[in-house]
Design a protein around this ligand. Sequence first.
Ligand code: COI
Length: 354
Amino acid sequence: MQIQITKTTSPKQKPDQKALGFGKYLTDHMFLMDYDAEQGWHDFRIVPYGPIPMEPDAVALHYAQETFEGLKAYRTPDGGIQLFRPDMNAKRMIQSNHRLCMPEVPVEMFVEATKKLVEVDQDWVPSEPGTSLYIRPFMFTSEGQLSLHSCTKFVFCIICSPVGAYFAEGINPVKILVEDEYVRAVQGGTGFAKCGGNYAAAMAGQEKAEAMGYSQVLWLDGNERKYVEEAGGMNFMYRINDEIWTAPLVGTVLPGVTRDSLIHILKDWGYTVREERMTIADLMQAGHDGSLKEAYACGTAAVISPVGELNYKGDIVTINDFKIGELTQKLYDTLTAIQWGKAEDTYGWTVKVC
Ligand code: COI
């Protein structure tokens, strides 16, 4: 893949690394490539960050034929830069694209484009503790048509943002509202795909939770509104006595890279991980009888976010006295040490950029 690089002539001022927040700043460059039925992927380029021209009848704008990914680049103690499991993101995007009738971006192409863009924008990878460069690959159909048919023209783009903690609470516990009105996914739908439409449909629940003073929602299954599925925009895991539970990947839950990594680590530590359904009634009961020891949301953006409170229809459970759990802290420390290159990566998960 020959990537043509056009560097910006007016680099932006870098933000204060101690006040990055999440997704507020974009780097100087972006990666773009185009797809059409005749040429496949072509015109690989890194150009200054800027607007992408769109026809007003572009199908992505009307029928949400769009998918995206989220991964991070980390500044290692020797000043180098590494990615965390970029192949997993590439493979997941292929699954998402199949569901949305969009062409595949081959894994090697995805990883090479990501590495090259991070290399070009390497000065944007922050080094303050807890910071990283969030990488957002996304793809959409640029084709214009108002009738509903699958398209043949697509754009794949990668943008990057230096970030700190996703939640204002950082690694402190957050409060979660269990959503009992709206649903996020149903079997046969797009719940497993990372597509914008899922997140748009989740916004009403998120807005409601925020208005009630909660950081995010916990989604229940879409058929019976009975089983615990995932947190808003990330997976949900919890410890019942000494077993770790998380919803199974049966089509309604995002197959999270952080989720998968934590399951590997937990199993290596000898924990039983139950990828099984649990009813919200049983989870609340476990909260009341004390067997729910810890809970956390996990995803690339937030890494691990301890959950200190669950509110289901006004029934409130406080988890671990609203303190981060011992196992949650150990998982966070272990995973982030690998990601930031502070501990040996015995799993072979990290990929050096430069
Ligand atoms: C991620 O964790 O990478 C996501 O895409 C979640 C999003 C809500 C920021």
